[in-house]
Design a protein around this ligand. Structure first.
Ligand code: FES
Length: 217
């Protein structure tokens, strides 16, 4: 009973808190502190921490870096994408309109550098005017559509925006067609492109282009 009655004394003045209550308070405070730490860690884990120019973040590109229409793609290694400038109404060996494509393919696109088959990094092969994957031989047209399998679908694309010369006004952004980013025709006044590698859409499964030519391997 003496211990129950033993209150915490400060300078001989009882605070009215027993030793057991005091220990409960300490225990409760420790639990609260641990919970707060856990919540903080969870937030730190969940909140994106990408900076400008990092993969998973946004890239601002001067319009002067854009490739010419249907020219070879520009490699942005840090962002893991290719920048292409397409116009199927001005066909060449790299870009053209296939039999099942009723509308012109025109505009700028940012194409993810990972093969849609098993995830290898493919590259542009200038001698063949197409993207080629070294792992199992998939081939893609300049806009990312499959020429030859085993890739199951068109290459993925990132969201792209046309930005005015104040570097902030968004003049236009790639529209979604069947949940896939269409090439973005650039409005007049475009000074920069902004590519958001945190926003990626999977390419569709379309007929292999080699099927139209009857030369699939
Ligand atoms: S990973 Fe590219 S063809 Fe298999």
């Amino acid at each position: 009973m003496a211990s129950q009655a033993a209150a915490v004394n400060t300078g001989g003045v009882s605070t009215g808190v027993s030793r057991r209550e005091f220990l409960y308070y300490i225990w409760g405070a420790s639990i609260a502190l641990l919970s707060l730490q856990g919540a903080g860690l969870l937030l730190w884990f969940l909140i994106p921490r990408f900076r400008e120019g990092e993969f998973g973040g946004t890239f601002t590109i001067d319009i002067g870096e854009l490739p010419a229409v249907n020219d070879q793609p520009i490699n942005f290694a840090d962002g893991r994408f290719w920048l292409v400038n397409l116009d199927s109404t001005q066909p060449n060996d790299r870009m053209y309109q296939a039999e099942d494509e009723p509308n012109p393919i025109q505009g700028v696109a940012a194409i993810y550098k990972v093969c849609t088959h098993l995830g290898c990094i493919y590259s542009w092969t200038p001698t063949n005017n197409r993207f080629e994957c070294p792992c199992h031989g998939s081939k893609y047209r300049l806009d990312g559509r499959r020429v030859e399998s085993p890739a199951p679908r068109t290459l993925d694309r990132f969201l792209i925006q046309a930005i005015a010369d104040d570097e902030s006004t968004v003049l236009a952004e790639a529209s979604l067609v069947d949940d896939f980013y269409a090439p973005l025709p650039l409005p007049s006044g475009t000074a920069f492109l902004r590519v958001d590698t945190g926003s990626r859409k999977q390419g569709p499964s379309e007929t292999l282009l080699c099927d139209f030519l009857g030369n699939c391997p």
